[in-house]
Design a protein around this ligand. Structure first.
Ligand SMILES: *Cc1c(COP(=O)(O)O)cnc(C)c1O
Length: 348
């Protein structure tokens, strides 16, 4: 979809992505820092994100699916430039040749997948995933201990379930399990930590760290979402606003309508609870969020008018804060950002 005439703009600061990467790299000194760019670079545009990180020296990129891997390769890494792409979600029967030809590294999550990769007789690298407590993907600990195969296991990985809760006992449990299993794979590079895992400390870093979210919603602000008011209404008698008439408004209230709704990823749950900013003034969402529109109480704003710019995400309201308001996580806010915004990539 084009957004040539859009009243809403999503600014994506690539310099901030780069700075976040360099910061993570400095925190994980001693390990190599890869980048997780699945789901279209957490919704921000995989081509631009990966291109930026490659320039910053990143050499390993994780995606979820084979389709994502091929898209990434085609958009960024056509030439043989020493970059590796790894696909978390594994390999299906019939895909071996595509992985090999494109030099995509499969993350092997089951014995069947490992067998499939081995059947090729190829010596191309693979990443073996061991489940240390997530109980989602990966070989069981017993399966990993008894793993016998000639395939080239270049990487051994596992994934933490509770890394964002540093005091959770599961972190130490998973670390211990990973330490026990890594001995069986002396030649593989080991990888355990996602963004939050990096913060848990050096013991969790091993050879390769795999941050995603800290690149996009990290220390340096990457995402700013702004939209322009398309209508102003002065309430001249007590009435209600929006679907379901859920918000009562008094005479004298001024309502501004913005062309952003839940179809753009502004979550419906923010109706009557979220807020935005106009020139530093906090303006509450009033009434329900519609598919394409939301309404704000701008009574406090000086001279509110059509065309006035409103900040929905940015300096005054971080992705983490809006996620908190919506009782979700920053990952979901980012990956739901819609396709109707004019997307502007900032280089500095
Ligand atoms: C998504 C993902 C990551 C990145 O996690 P963040 O919390 O975004 O840093 C790392 N490893 C695996 C297996 C993942 O699925």
């Amino acid at each position: 979809m084009t957004s040539q005439y859009s009243d809403s703009t999503l600014y994506i600061n690539l310099a901030a992505v780069r700075d976040n990467y360099l910061l993570l790299k400095s925190k994980a000194k001693g390990a190599e820092t890869a980048a997780v760019v699945k789901a279209n670079g957490y919704g921000l545009g995989v081509k631009e994100i990966a291109g930026t990180l490659k320039k910053a020296g990143c050499k390993k990129f994780f995606v979820a699916t084979l389709d994502e891997a091929l898209e990434l390769k085609d958009s960024c890494f056509r030439r043989n430039d020493g970059v590796e792409i790894l696909a978390f979600n594994g390999i299906r029967k019939g895909q071996e040749k595509i992985f090999c030809e494109n030099k995509i590294i499969p993350v092997l999550n089951t014995l069947e997948e490992a067998k499939l990769w081995g059947k090729n007789g190829n010596n191309l690298p693979a990443c073996l995933h061991v489940d240390t407590g997530m109980n989602r993907l990966g070989l069981g600990l017993k399966e990993a201990e008894n793993f016998e195969s000639k395939i080239n296991i270049k990487y051994l990985m596992s994934h933490l379930a509770c890394a964002d809760q540093p005091d959770h006992p599961k972190n130490a449990e998973q670390l211990k399990a990973f330490r026990n299993i890594e001995k069986f794979f002396p030649n593989a590079k080991k990888s355990l930590a996602n963004s939050a895992g990096i913060v848990l400390g050096k013991g969790y870093h091993f050879d390769l760290v795999r941050p995603g979210i800290a690149l996009y919603a990290g220390a340096n602000t990457v995402v700013t979402l702004k939209a322009k008011i398309i209508q102003i209404r002065k309430i001249d008698r007590p009435t209600t606003v929006g679907y379901g008439a859920t918000a009562n408004v008094a005479k004298g209230t001024i309502i501004a309508t913005l062309p952003v709704g839940y179809a753009d990823g502004y979550l419906r749950v923010l109706g009557n609870t979220g807020h935005c900013f106009i020139g530093g003034v906090k303006v509450p969402v009033i009434g329900r969020v519609s598919m394409d529109l939301l309404t704000l109480d701008v009574t406090k704003v000086k001279n509110p008018h059509v065309g006035m710019e409103v900040e929905l995400i940015g300096k005054h309201l971080s992705v983490d804060e809006i996620a908190g308001q919506a009782e979700t996580i920053s990952y979901e806010i980012l990956t739901r950002l819609g396709s109707r915004f004019d997307r502007i990539y900032l280089e500095k």
